[in-house]
Design a protein around this ligand. Sequence first.
Ligand SMILES: Cc1ncc(COP(=O)(O)O)c(C=O)c1O
Ligand SMILES: [Zn+2]
Length: 397
Amino acid sequence: MSLYLECSKCGEKLDANKTAQLCPKCAAPLLVRYDLKKIDFSPKKLANRPYNLWRYKELLPIKDDRNIVSLGEVITPLIKLDRTAKTLGFNDLYLKDEGMNPSGTFKSRGAAMGISKAKELGVKSFIMPTNGNAGASWALYGARAGIKAHIVMPKDAPEITKKECAVAGADLYLVDGLISDAGKIVAKAVKQYGIFDASTLKEPYRIEGKKTMALEILEQFDWRIPDVILYPTGGGVGLIGIYKALLELRELNIIDRLPRLVAVQAENCAPIVKAFEEKAAESVMWQNAKTIAFGITVPKALGDFLVLEALYQTNGTAKAVSDADILTYQSLLARNDGLFICPEGAAVLAAADQLLKQGWIAANDRVVLLNTGSGLKYPETVNINTPLLNKEDEIIL
Ligand SMILES: Cc1ncc(COP(=O)(O)O)c(C=O)c1O
Ligand SMILES: [Zn+2]
């Protein structure tokens, strides 16, 4: 069995040829496992492959290429931040711009892999709760695959994500509550109708899509690992995926050490940060969660223990930032380097600056910021105050 599923808690092994959700024994998330001893993967093999995430195929779960559902994914740019770095005092600062993915966020990596595998396994429809971006990506990739999407999201999610679901023909439901409330409604529907549950970590394959962020970063650095990677953490799948890719690359002897991983959250929704500070193995449900970085409004993540393990095992840390700082750093980056990033990405830049000032990051560290989406998906985060001219007016510069 070269590809199988393994429970992240009890180690139970499952067949990967059938759809699976949580571990049937202990209800923990399942992880995709490859027989890494038998896998023939090396950076040299990538030379003539298409420049997109499917190039890492030996480390991905799709068995037959004909099941790949693609919307023209690209390797997202890893941009050196010159003027921002100089302003803040970094010497080697990079931003991985996930805004360049289909639908404008990194969620399309998870959707590309999750939907492709769903197609391979014969899934005809699915339901999922979302903070917006994941639902939009899954609705669009679902449409491309001919798989029906039922999406449940908080009514306060970014408007554009609702429109993406609607235009893709998904059934969209808005909830007067948080993603955790949407999750409860989804769980009831799954129980009642037996529909495939594509909730975060109840579906094992999206991690494999998000894992490709780390594979790309490593390849873009010619397989030399950076010192620190910072990631805006909600459900934490991106961070779990990055850590999983790093472990697999280490087992394949492609890298020999790990970067320090940092989970960034918002001050008003920071369950992972609190758990990390208390050296806990799991987080506690955060009350009254609210932040403009909507994607990371997750009061309790199913995979919190996996995120915390990634932080502990890499000598990483967790950091919370304020909404005011998120807006300040979003604007700082746009003014200095011309990048309009999402509030979640701005949270990461704010956290990096605080960690630099506290000495946790050194000026010469090679630091990678994950900007998980385009600022264009959040036009409401920027206020403009500009005069209205009459046709005959002149401007004085
Ligand atoms: C833009 C953005 N960044 C970060 C996240 C958090 O993702 P994860 O579940 O990987 O922690 C989300 C989730 O909705 C998001 O939309
Ligand atoms: Zn288990």
